[in-house]
Design a protein around this ligand. Structure first.
Ligand code: NAP
Length: 233
């Protein structure tokens, strides 16, 4: 059987790059989606010699035409998609609170974190359905947990709560198609997004998303996980 093909959005740096590396180390062919093709090529260049192929591709999930071009390229280049890791996201709230945050910040956050993730998932699910096999991993956050919801970074928090809702809906819709859909929180990760604050190295934080991306057929679906353990919604 030819290698499984995984797509990772925002694969050029941070947690996304670590997920690409770990999946390719496990022998999957991995499409490293990147807004900048140059940055994607540079990142892929760091990953030579792994068992799986790493193929950089231009992908801006917030731009519908970019998602369309990417889908056509993927069809030509690989003709399949078995795994989707929805990793790309932005956190641009700054000091804003929900009562005062600039609506433009909310709109841009949703265009990437929610609508972009949703659109990319919609265009790749048919390839999974065709083979009756798929794994969708949504990078969420404890910031999106309703059970512990608090103030601060409201647009980001609400976008991750929306992604958790989408996870549960898709998991139900796709349950009979052999497609497992899960959310995860990677915890604090030492990346640009977290301001390089003390946190886990990206390689360590990649463990749970990679586990969800490579689940066996009887693995969980419609769950929310941190450190491979279920989290409350
Ligand atoms: P990061 O270092 O800021 O990297 C974000 C990645 O997303 C970059 O590759 C960025 O590309 C890409 N991206 C942003 N907008 C995009 C778009 N419209 N289209 C395609 N790619 C886009 O973030 P990270 O810390 O690795 O976070 C990865 C995921 O984990 C995110 O979903 C985040 O919410 C989640 N998370 C992170 C933490 C943490 O502590 N870091 C905690 C909880 C959850 P460019 O290089 O082009 O900007």
């Amino acid at each position: 059987m030819s290698a499984r093909v995984a797509v990772v959005s925002g694969g050029n740096r941070g947690l996304g790059l670590a997920i690409v590396r770990e999946l390719a180390a496990r022998g999957l062919d991995v499409v490293l989606g990147s807004r900048s093709l140059e940055a994607g090529r540079a990142a892929a260049g760091q990953l030579a010699g792994l068992p799986g192929r790493v193929a950089p591709a231009r992908l801006d999930i917030a731009a519908a035409d970019s998602v369309s071009r990417f889908t056509m390229w993927l069809h030509r280049e690989f003709g399949r998609c078995d795994v989707l890791v929805n990793n790309a996201a932005i956190a641009i709230d700054g000091e804003g609170d929900a009562a005062t945050v600039d609506p433009d910040v909310v709109r841009r956050t949703f265009e990437t974190n929610v609508l972009g993730t949703w659109h990319l998932t919609q265009v790749l699910v048919p390839a999974m359905r065709a083979r009756r096999f798929g794994r969708v991993v949504n990078l969420s956050s404890g910031m999106g947990q309703l059970s512990t919801m608090s103030d601060g970074i409201p647009a980001y928090r609400v976008s991750k709560a929306a992604i958790n809702a989408l996870t549960r809906i898709l998991a139900e819709e796709l349950r009979d198609d052999g497609i497992l859909v899960n959310s995860c929180c990677p915890g604090w990760v030492r990346t640009d997004m977290a301001g390089w604050s003390p946190g886990a190295p990206a390689e360590q934080a990649a463990d749970t998303p990679v586990w969800l991306a490579t689940l066996p057929p009887d693995g969980p679906t419609g769950g929310f996980f941190r450190n491979r353990q279920p989290l409350d919604w």
